[in-house]
Design a protein around this ligand. Structure first.
Ligand SMILES: Cc1cc2nc3c(=O)[nH]c(=O)nc-3n(C[C@H](O)[C@H](O)[C@H](O)COP(=O)(O)OP(=O)(O)OC[C@H]3O[C@@H](n4cnc5c(N)ncnc54)[C@H](O)[C@@H]3O)c2cc1C
Length: 392
């Protein structure tokens, strides 16, 4: 049996590969499968900004969008092929995702014409955005957020604190979620504001990851004035916007996580050979188990995508993020173990691959937290996929 996507889609793939061969910058090669773990001097280096703009200008930034938004009106299957090829090569679209993945679809769905005009720059990376959702007492329970905005004539006055705000130190704008009606039930009193990050009263304090990068921050707001025209959607209707993301890409995003697992397994096989443990039965079994899981996830991902492409829902996909982030953590840990005592040491002379395995292991915890923790994903599967009652 021969499975492929058909000639029209395969010619789309050929065109994409030709583009990548010609334009992908050297920094995206060799594979950046542990891109998140390397310590970049700059949070968003110039080469990544240039690459994002090049993708936009050639209609390869968000293929499913029209050309004026950096795409080429690609079909869902073509979009799947795009994500497959990019992730197989470990080529990132951008080193910051909020602008193109969250802000753009939210403003296109809910923004005024003036707000929609901000979208092309957000996708092209000309304007850097951050997302102000989480607070010290509102993460998994996002609807519990307390940062307060009070409407006063033609402006809001904002007071409160956000935390874990990725890219806040370099962002020009923030999609800020605020409480505008403290008397309403908690999901109903939230609004979303566009805030310029250089507005007086905003204090940004960088937070450092365990790998040394400081690409998120805590952000304090003290009597910050925001024009009323910066309200996105209706007042107190911000909860709907929190669900925003690239709907047409959602069914294919899993492929990036699976490709990263596959690349990690290839790296583990090389490492086992170099360290002389390729014959060790325990190491062999654990690498083979990882391979088996990655292969199962790929099959499950395509099964879900097929349902999506035929217009049905794909409950399988609620499992993909949980499984690939948890499996990634286990594989990086195995890489450290294979190196013995130097495994957790980030020492270019002694550790293998300049601390790749240790740094990736440290960062892999972030993937099990950001965008919904593993525990929350399990709750979602229990309730929405398996139909179990809410706990406690
Ligand atoms: C790398 C990274 C980047 C991030 N970037 C951003 C950003 O740009 N903007 C932003 O707003 N936020 C960002 N976040 C924050 C992220 O959204 C939160 O960390 C996440 O939602 C979890 O919230 P919390 O940290 O408050 O943990 P909590 O919600 O306090 O959870 C603590 C622990 O309790 C568990 N738990 C909580 N509730 C339940 C439950 N009902 N059932 C079972 N277990 C539960 C959790 O799984 C977790 O283990 C980022 C986080 C990371 C790691």
């Amino acid at each position: 049996m021969h499975l492929d996507w058909g000639p029209e889609v395969e010619s789309f793939r050929v065109e994409l590969i030709a583009f990548l061969d010609e334009y992908a910058p050297p920094q995206t090669r060799p594979r950046r499968d542990f891109a998140m773990s390397v310590h970049d001097a700059e949070i968003i280096p110039q080469w990544a900004r240039d690459w994002q703009a090049t993708l936009f200008d050639h209609g390869w930034m968000i293929p499913g969008y029209p050309p004026e938004l950096g795409g080429r009106n690609a079909s869902p299957v073509q979009t799947m092929v795009y994500l497959e090829e990019m992730s197989a090569r470990g080529i990132p679209r951008a080193l910051h995702f909020p602008g193109y993945a969250i802000v753009a679809p939210s403003l296109l769905d809910f923004g005024t014409e003036e707000q929609k005009a901000l979208v092309p720059a957000a996708i092209r990376g000309d304007a850097i955005w951050c997302i102000g959702m989480s607070e010290p007492n509102a993460g998994s329970d996002l609807a519990g957020l307390q940062t307060r905005a009070v409407l006063d004539g033609d402006r809001f006055i904002v007071n409160g604190q956000k935390v874990w705000t990725s890219y806040a130190t370099v962002a020009e704008k923030c999609c800020l979620y605020v409480r505008t009606d403290p008397t309403a039930p908690k999901h109903k009193g939230i609004s979303m504001l566009i805030v310029d990050m250089d507005t007086p009263g905003i204090d940004i304090r960088p937070l450092t990851h365990i790998n040394g990068n400081a690409d998120f921050a805590e952000v304090f707001f003290t009597d910050v004035e925001v024009p009323a025209a910066n309200l996105v959607g209706a007042l107190n209707d911000g909860w709907r916007i929190t669900q925003g993301s690239l709907a047409h890409e959602r069914a294919g995003l899993w492929v990036e996580g699976v490709a990263r697992l596959e690349q990690t397994i290839t790296g583990l096989v090389d490492l086992a050979h170099r360290r002389g443990v390729a014959n060790d039965p325990i190491v062999r079994r654990r690498i083979a188990e990882g391979y088996q899981r990655a292969a199962s996830l790929r099959a499950l991902g395509y099964k879900g995508f097929t349902s999506f492409a035929q217009g049905s829902s794909a409950p399988e996909h609620s499992y993909m993020k949980l499984a690939s982030s948890e499996q990634g953590k286990a594989l990086y840990e195995l890489g450290m173990e294979i190196q013995g005592a130097y495994g957790p040491v980030v020492d270019e002379e002694r550790g293998e691959e300049a601390g790749r395995w240790a740094l990736s292991f440290f960062v892999s915890f972030a993937n099990t937290i950001a965008g919904g923790t593993s525990e929350i994903q399990r709750n979602i599967i229990a309730q929405r996929v398996l139909g179990l009652p809410r706990s406690g």
